[in-house]
Design a protein around this ligand. Structure first.
Ligand SMILES: [Zn+2]
Length: 80
């Protein structure tokens, strides 16, 4: 299996935040503190450059806000 290189778009399995991750690293720590093993995490998309990955993350976050529960709504539910 060829080694993956580039920048992946991944979703945190804990807080569902979408973020980009450098595939040259083994893990990515989410802003919520959850550590994601990049070999076990589903890669939503892979890009050659960090800029492309960041742009895809922004687009997905916009789409998420129109269809699914946004991260803000999600934490508000937990605060209750
Ligand atoms: Zn998270």
């Amino acid at each position: 299996m060829p080694e993956l290189t580039g920048f992946a778009v991944i979703g945190c399995s804990k807080c569902r935040r979408i973020m980009s991750a450098d595939l040259s690293h083994a893990t990515k720590t989410c802003q919520c503190g959850h550590k994601l093993d990049l070999k076990k995490t589903k890669l939503i998309a892979v890009f050659a450059s960090a800029d492309d990955a960041a742009q895809a993350v922004m687009q997905m976050q916009e789409r998420k806000n129109t269809g699914f529960t946004s991260a803000a709504n999600y934490s508000r539910t937990l605060d209750k």
